[in-house]
Each structure stands twice: as C-alpha cells, then as structure tokens.
Design a protein around this ligand. Structure first.
Ligand code: 5GP
Length: 328
C-alpha cells in the first residue's frame, strides 16, 4: 500500500450514482456494453450527464439502490476513507416515491458494515428541475433531516450546469432548517450565477473551475471569492476527463495552493471517472511535488470543512494525529 492509500482520508464530494464501480454494475445486472458506456476515459461536461442514465436505470429499485449504497460505502472504506459525505438526488421510480428513495439510502447508511467509516448524507436538488419540483424535494429533505439529524447534514445543487437555475430562496429555507449548503459553482463560465451563489455564502463550493484569477473578466468574482474563503471541493480527474482542466498539473487547484485558499480533494464520480480518493491524492502529489506532511494536512483540513458533528470532528482529528505519530 502506498502512502496515499494508507492515509486516512475525508471524502466530501461523491455522487452516489456516479460512484458505482464496474463490479457493482455487474452485480446489478448491467451488460458489459452499458458498463463501458458508463466508464469514460474522456468526455465533455455535456456528455457526462448522459452516462448517469446507466446508473439510474441500475438503481431504479429499492433493492438495487440499497445494495449500491452499501457497496459504495464499502469501497470508500477499503480505500481508507474514514469520513464520507455521500450525496444523491432523490428520484421517483416505479417502485419508490422520492421519500422512499431517501429512506432506502438512509437504511443502507445505517446498515453499513465497516465500523471504520462515518457516513453522512447530503441530498441534491437537480438544477434541471423547476422551482415547484425542487421545492417539493426540499420539503422531503427537511422531513428526513428532522428524523435523522445526525445523518442528513446538507443540501447540494447539482445537475447539468448549462441548464436550470440556482433558486436562492430554496437554499435559504434549507439553511433555516439547519441544513448545510454545498453548491456546485463555476463549473462553466456563468458569471451572474456565480456571483449570486457567492453572495449566498454556501458552506462549501463544488469544483470552482472558473473562479480563476487568470480568467480576466472574472476579477470581481475572484476578489469576492478570496474575501469569503469558502472551501472548494476540487475534483482533479473529473475536471481533466470532462476537459474543463487541461491536465492535473494545470488544474486550478494550483491557484488555491498558491493563494492559501481552503480546498479539499474529492472523487466526484469514482465510477464514471474510474478513480479513488487515493488516486486523487497521488495525482496532486505527483503534479505539484508535495511531501507527506502536505498530504496529511490536506486530509486534516478537510475535517474542518466537513458537515460532521463537532464531537466527530474532534475524534477525526485525533485519529489523524495518532496515525501521523505511528506512520510518519
Ligand atoms: P445521483 O445524484 O443520481 O446519486 O448522482 C448522479 C447525479 O449527480 C447526476 O445525474 C448529476 O445530477 C449529478 N452530478 C454528478 N457529477 C456531477 C458534476 O460533475 N457536476 C454536476 N453539476 N452534477 C454532477
């Protein structure tokens, strides 16, 4: 096992239906062709949204959704992820309502087999849905947050960034109801929306690709962003495969490192992008010549940006500290 594999890690940006491994898809009865279609070497951000259909078909029953969630958790635990925030979009299917979808995922989290991983759930609003639909989903999310406050920790906004809208009033409602907000932001150049999202001050941002200082028309955004210091979930392989970053070495994470801005590393869709959190750490290490201490610090910082309970954060810091003494 390499250092990156052994390092206890914190995963804060993982979409359930993008995280299914080949083995899981096979177990769910997917054909080899469907599996090949799902796992892409290179795609575009538009194309990638079509790939999720393979997973959505495979997880369209309660039984398969439960099994997928349990397997994804198990795989993260095997990669020495000690804290996982899994996110997923509630869907209505033939055999489930949106509420049953949420309940099924929660059941799988409660029934997880590994004692070495803490798992939380963020529920996603799909930006392609209209206000009424997103509002109904949010009401269901709030209901489950009240039933399982230690598991349901936040809301996410995701889905094709070229479509749909950020409805601030819905996120204000989520926040009033005690949910943390992690919002996909600046995956494409969309300045007006990026400013709206930044002004809302989400607890975390996803990707942040075009929050870039060299993207000149963006000076206002960069200044606003650096003032706010909102942690960004950086997904290196995802951005390189979707062609929003040219390479790992040219990834915008370098601006975060250079300017000492808060960020964490994440897989985004470990199934679709054929990655693991260890591999993401390795890409960063190799691209920017980082040492073991730097990598350990990235893991430790991520605890602060997580939506864990404060006693859990303390426990996770302790665990990392102990690991450092024993392994570094
Ligand atoms: P699910 O929410 O169904 O468990 O996971 C798949 C969904 O996550 C996709 O349909 C899409 O809405 C969202 N998603 C996955 N990866 C990305 C990404 O890189 N960007 C955005 N905006 N959404 C994503």
């Amino acid at each position: 096992e390499s250092f990156c594999e052994k390092l206890p890690k914190i995963e804060l940006h993982a979409h359930l239906n993008g995280s299914l491994s080949r083995n899981t898809l096979r177990q769910l009865g997917c054909t080899d062709d469907a599996i090949l279609e799902y796992q892409s070497e290179q795609t575009t951000i538009e194309e990638v949204f079509k790939l999720f259909k393979v997973a959505h078909k495979a997880t369209s029953t309660k039984k398969n959704l439960y099994l997928s969630t349990k397997t994804v958790i198990k795989e993260f635990a095997e990669d020495n992820v000690i804290y996982l925030e899994l996110r997923t979009t509630p869907r209505k299917e033939l055999d489930m309502t949106e509420e049953e979808y949420i309940q099924t995922v929660i059941n799988a989290i409660i029934d997880k087999e590994s004692p070495n991983i803490i798992v939380k759930l963020l529920l996603s609003l799909d930006r392609r849905r209209n206000h009424q639909e997103q509002s109904e989903t949010l009401d269901a999310i709030i209901k489950f947050k009240n039933m399982y406050p230690d598991i349901v920790r936040g809301v996410d906004l995701s889905g094709d960034p070229a479509q749909g809208t950020f409805y601030r009033d819905l996120f204000e409602k989520a926040r009033r109801n005690g949910l943390f907000c992690a919002i996909h932001c600046a995956e494409i150049k969309n300045n007006t929306e990026v400013i709206d999202i930044l002004n809302f001050k989400p607890e975390r941002l996803g990707h942040g690709t075009f929050l870039h200082p060299n993207y000149t028309s963006n000076a206002e955004i960069w200044n606003l962003y650096t003032k706010l210091q909102i942690p960004v979930e950086c997904c290196l392989s995802s951005n390189v495969i979707c062609l929003t970053s040219k390479s790992h070495r040219e990834h915008h994470v370098q601006e975060w490192m250079k300017n000492d801005l808060p960020y964490c590393l994440a897989t985004d869709d470990k199934g679709v992008f054929n990655t693991t959190l260890s591999k993401e750490f390795l890409h960063l290490q190799e691209s920017f010549n980082l040492n073991k201490k730097d990598l350990w610090k990235i893991s430790d910082n991520a605890i602060n940006y997580s939506f864990a309970l404060s006693e859990e954060k303390e426990m996770l810091h302790e665990k990392l500290k102990l690991w450092k003494i024993q392994n570094m």
